[in-house]
Design a protein around this ligand. Structure first.
Ligand code: UDX
Length: 460
């Protein structure tokens, strides 16, 4: 099948490359000339596992090409994907200007029946709006269908997710369009759910908001564990063994970031507002997440009396491992706050140093390896759980640091072993004696490890 993909951002590129990989002829269009020139040479503008190889291979095999010219790209395409950006506006609403522009362009160049696929994450009702815009811009009388086909790809594993997805959703009332898309995706052998367009549009937002809520829930449980005693990882394990709950997305830490969760949760909240519905749970999901990002600062505030001449090392800048994306990354917030306290910030990320440097104007010292980033530091904050950090020589880290404060924002290390190694170690949601003692309400007694016998006994 011949396919046009409008937009060579993260979603557009992955979609285009994967459709070419399964045998279709794909042309990806973008208005950014420089990006297109690079892509023609097989250079990916984003870091995504296997993507660049896939792009290169499919260009070589003449199934994938790139262009800035919609007029040249569209003829003969049975399917046109809209995969342009839908960023958040200041007020949390979704900016649909790029989607609307793409729809206008598509309308102008439509010459035969085509299935238009709305792949960008767009609020409910957008398919209808896209169809209206296309209709208004048609030069000649042709029929078309607009289908909502949301993506559920995670950054860093987007190619894997495309080939191993749990479901493919088509939101359409047209059998003809659904048949064409079923044929298009057939080589992926995945479950297909056909709904009306509004439900499909909501499925995407609901899924992301639900997952984000799961994270905020476990983060609140973690905060409670710190007060009551308990280990959030054990709590999560116990919860996750219940198949109704599942063990995914129960990793406590210093909050979620990225291009999707914060934007989509705000977008769903905004949709609620527009329709006169206050979506209370997801309002709290966002509120919890923004307090969770402050945890490393809260911990430091308790330990550091004088912020003068303090040096702090940040391990990890990307919003999660496996990507160079720093959008809404907790590291952004933490660095800004530290800078506000006059801290000298050193940072290291295996792939995101450059991206962070381009969005942050503060004078951060970016390092080429994790050891340089912690050297001479009073404290270290592990923000992203890269595999590389799990394999660090902790003895070397301790030796290089000035004070040994280690805040583990992703619970990568074992608490007891870190303490034995001489760190002043602060994980998330794992109660340690110091914290618990601080939290004691007057009159309560903290039970020390040495008093374990109080929990056991035998009697006559
Ligand atoms: C997400 C959705 O998973 C994906 O289906 C959708 O298409 C886009 O948004 P992504 O943003 O790439 O994908 O990352 P994901 O792996 O879902 O993680 C999102 C954030 O949640 C990260 O900041 C991560 O650190 C955090 N997270 C995730 C947790 O804090 N705890 C967890 O248990 C899982």
């Amino acid at each position: 099948m011949k396919v046009t993909v409008v937009g060579t951002g993260y979603v557009g590129l992955v979609t285009g490359a994967c459709l070419a990989e399964i045998g279709h002829h794909v042309i990806c269009v973008d208005q950014d000339e420089m990006k297109i020139e690079k892509l023609k040479r097989g250079i990916s503008p984003i870091y995504e596992a296997y993507l660049e190889d896939m792009i290169f291979r499919n260009i070589q095999e003449q199934r994938l090409s790139f262009s800035i010219d919609m007029e040249a790209a569209m003829p003969g395409s049975q399917v046109v994907f809209i995969a342009v950006g839908t960023p958040s506006l200041e007020d949390g609403d979704v900016d649909l200007s790029q989607v609307e522009k793409a729809a206008r362009e598509i309308g102008k160049h439509l010459s035969a029946y085509t299935v238009i696929v709305s792949k960008s994450t767009v609020p409910v009702g957008s398919c209808r709006r896209i169809a209206q815009i296309i209709k208004k811009n048609l030069i000649k009388e042709v029929s078309f269908d607009v289908v909502s086909n949301p993506e559920f790809l995670r950054e860093g594993t987007a190619i894997y997710d495309t080939f191993h997805g749990d479901r493919i959703v088509f939101g359409s009332r047209s059998k003809k369009a659904v048949d064409i898309l079923t044929e298009l995706y057939k080589p992926l052998h995945q479950k297909i759910l056909v709904t009306d367009p509004e439900s499909a549009e909501l499925i995407k937002y609901a899924s992301n908001a639900f997952l984000a809520t799961k994270i905020s829930f476990i983060n609140e449980m973690a905060n409670l564990c710190e007060k009551t005693g308990g280990d959030i990882q054990a709590v999560a394990e116990g919860m996750g063994m219940d198949q109704r709950i599942g063990n995914k997305f129960l990793q406590a830490g210093i909050g979620f970031g990225g291009a999707c969760f914060p934007k989509d949760v705000s977008g769903l909240l905004k949709t609620g507002e527009k329709y006169g519905y206050d979506f209370k749970i997801i309002r709290q999901t966002l509120a919890v997440n923004s307090t969770q990002k402050q945890k490393p600062l809260e911990i430091l505030e308790k330990i550091i009396e004088d912020w003068k001449d303090i040096k702090i090392g940040i391990l990890g800048l990307a919003f999660k491992p496996g990507t160079d994306d720093v959008r809404e990354a907790p590291a952004l917030y933490i660095i800004k706050e530290l800078y506000g306290r006059g801290v000298h910030v050193k940072a290291y990320d295996p792939v995101a140093n450059d991206n962070m440097q381009s969005v942050l104007s503060f004078p951060v010292t970016y390092c080429n390896n994790p050891y340089d980033a912690v050297s001479d530091c009073d404290a270290v904050i592990l923000v992203t759980e890269w595999q590389e950090f799990k394999e660090l020589s902790l003895r070397k880290i301790r030796r290089l640091m000035k004070r040994k404060i280690f805040i583990d924002g992703r619970n990568v290390f074992a608490s007891e072993s870190m303490k034995k190694k001489g760190f002043d170690y602060y994980p998330i949601g794992i109660c340690c004696k110091e914290i618990m003692t601080q939290n004691l309400v007057e009159g309560e007694i903290y039970i020390d490890e040495s008093e374990k016998s109080n929990y056991t006994g035998s009697g006559t």
